[in-house]
Design a protein around this ligand. Sequence first.
Ligand SMILES: CC(C)(COP(=O)(O)OP(=O)(O)OC[C@H]1O[C@@H](n2cnc3c(N)ncnc32)[C@H](O)[C@@H]1OP(=O)(O)O)[C@@H](O)C(=O)NCCC(=O)NCCS
Length: 186
Amino acid sequence: MTFRLETDRLILRPLALSDEDDLLEYQSHPEIVRYIPWPERTRQQVKEALVKVIATSKFELIDELDYINLGWEIKSGKEQGKVIGQSNMSLKSAIDQCADIGWVTHQNFQGQGYAFEASHALIAYAFRRFPIHRIIADIDTRAPKSAALAEKLGMRREGTFKDGEFFKGSWCDMWLYAILKSEFHA
Ligand SMILES: CC(C)(COP(=O)(O)OP(=O)(O)OC[C@H]1O[C@@H](n2cnc3c(N)ncnc32)[C@H](O)[C@@H]1OP(=O)(O)O)[C@@H](O)C(=O)NCCC(=O)NCCS
């Protein structure tokens, strides 16, 4: 199945084994993985993660734990074809029609609006295509760039959870961000 979403500068598409080199560049970077549940991945770990995501990710959010994982491929210019980040969205609860979203941008491609462009397109697609009422993001309070992105997407900070997660060996305060379908302007 060829699934893709297009934005001005990106093609959002399922990851492929051939993306290994691009993914290794950012999935092995300590600053990139600091607040996401990955180790600093080796090439072997990138390969294993790719195999798993290719086998288990879906193109729809219907049943609980369905998830979509999309690489962001540069559409044109000298970096054409390179994967410079990725989105994931999973269905947390079918009854509550609630999904959660995550994002990662390659360290050399941050500060250019790519994460906003990709995340906006995925949120628009999810609200349009599936029975989703609310999309949330759990964000570590030490990740202000991630919080800024959530706010730019129109998400509301609904609370701070003191020691909300035990993550990479320590307790972390977490922000809950959310947006309702009725609040999102595509
Ligand atoms: C969180 C993360 C994805 C944000 O990436 P980002 O590049 O800062 O986010 P955006 O795509 O929204 O880009 C915003 C910046 O691009 C600028 N920009 C340039 N062109 C733009 C455009 N066309 N549209 C929007 N913004 C644009 C904005 O002014 C903003 O700059 P600023 O950071 O100086 O204010 C990134 O920091 C990251 O990958 N972190 C590591 C992984 C991680 O922690 N993920 C989240 C776990 S909670």
